[in-house]
Design a binder for this molecule. Structure first.
Ligand code: ADE
Ligand code: ZN
Length: 340
């Protein structure tokens, strides 16, 4: 089954590039850029990867991201991650990046976007991985800062497919960002937002109504609100769910308590994603494998989750058809009927 899950074609729709920074690369970039890390070794760093909640993690995540300085650094980060995607047959990716985590340290937004975009371009050419890039705003900062960031990205908008909203959720409701999302929509960008990770189901409603998002990142707390679940099903609004992340950040005490398969069986368009794989113990395949181990994920459910990832993606219609066909062929080769 593990081999099946690894070889299954799939899309990654919820991953923060800064969260793919493996400890070894963090040390290498720190050395390259003459930055002192407050840890003596990879072991000492990873020993600190014990998180009581989202904020515990974010404090370490922003500290780690500070080693990223040059275009080459952003390229190396993105390329290392894309090679892992390739090894797990991830055919399409829609990563987030947090420009404010870099511009606030004096790094130009063009440095960030050009390094990332070059790696995504090379992955398309060399690995056949298609991509759409999502620029995410930090919700612990104010809306003016997000608007300034959108303006700074003006020359780079052709590299960006959508805007997102991440960082500390509690106390930073989606409606705080209604204007910047409106401005992004006017620029032709799509909208997604983290909501219902630690925050309440009300934040998912707000993301839908105030920000007009076409996808919700996490959204697992929607399960507390039957009317909201009904809306997600009727409007086929995807939830990009991150199982290992939710357990590592104590949203659920154990994977066996995770509601992803309940949501799937209710008819919600849920997808499996890795969020911050370098910090949470796994990339795409490891997330699927954890569901199989602790929730008895079936091959049929795994295929449905992969099909959902293609459906929920921002890939153009021709690419979507191609991806769905790849999955069909994979299912058939394994004697499973995808449509059943
Ligand atoms: N930034 C990186 N990972 C995040 C998460 N899981 N939630 C909110 N913001 C994030
Ligand atoms: Zn996330």
């Amino acid at each position: 089954m593990n081999e099946f899950l690894n070889a299954m074609p799939k899309a990654e729709l919820h991953v923060h590039l800064e969260g793919t920074l493996e400890p070894e690369l963090m040390f290498e970039l720190a050395w390259r850029n003459g930055i002192a890390l407050p840890f003596d070794s990879v072991e000492a760093l990873t020993a600190a990867y014990q998180f009581g909640n989202l904020q515990d993690f974010l404090d370490l995540y922003y500290q780690g991201a500070a080693v990223l300085q040059t275009e080459q650094d952003f390229y190396d980060l993105t390329w290392a991650w894309l090679q892992r995607c390739h090894a797990q047959n991830v055919q399409h990716v829609e990563p987030f990046f947090d420009p404010q985590a870099h511009t606030h340290r004096g790094v130009d937004i063009g440095t960030v976007i050009s390094g990332i975009s070059q790696a995504l371009y090379d992955a398309q050419k060399q690995l056949g991985i298609s991509s759409q890039l999502i620029m995410s705003f930090l919700r612990h900062l104010d809306e003016e800062d997000a608007i300034a960031t959108l303006n700074q990205a003006e020359l780079w908008l052709e590299c960006i497919a959508a805007v997102g909203l991440d960082s500390s959720e509690q106390g930073n409701p989606p409606e705080k960002f209604a204007r910047v999302f409106e401005l992004a929509r006017q620029q032709g960008l799509r909208c997604v937002a983290h909501a219902g990770e630690e925050g309440p189901a009300a934040y998912v409603w707000q993301a839908l109504d105030s920000l007009q998002v076409s996808r919700i990142d996490h959204g697992v707390r929607a399960i507390e609100d039957p009317a909201l679940i009904q809306r997600l099903i009727e409007q086929r609004i995807p939830l990009t769910v991150c199982p290992l992340s939710n357990v590592r950040l104590q949203v659920y005490p154990h994977m066996s308590k995770h509601p992803i398969l309940t949501l799937l069986e209710q008819g919600v368009c849920v997808t499996v994603n890795s969020d911050d794989p370098a910090y949470f113990g796994g990339y795409m395949s490891e997330n699927f494998i954890a569901l199989q181990r602790d929730l008895n994920l079936t091959t049929q459910q795994a295929l449905q989750l992969a099909a959902n990832s293609f459906e929920a993606s921002f890939a153009d219609p021709e690419r979507k058809t191609q991806l769905q066909q790849q999955l069909q062929a994979f299912a058939q080769a394994h004697g499973v009927n995808l449509a059943a």
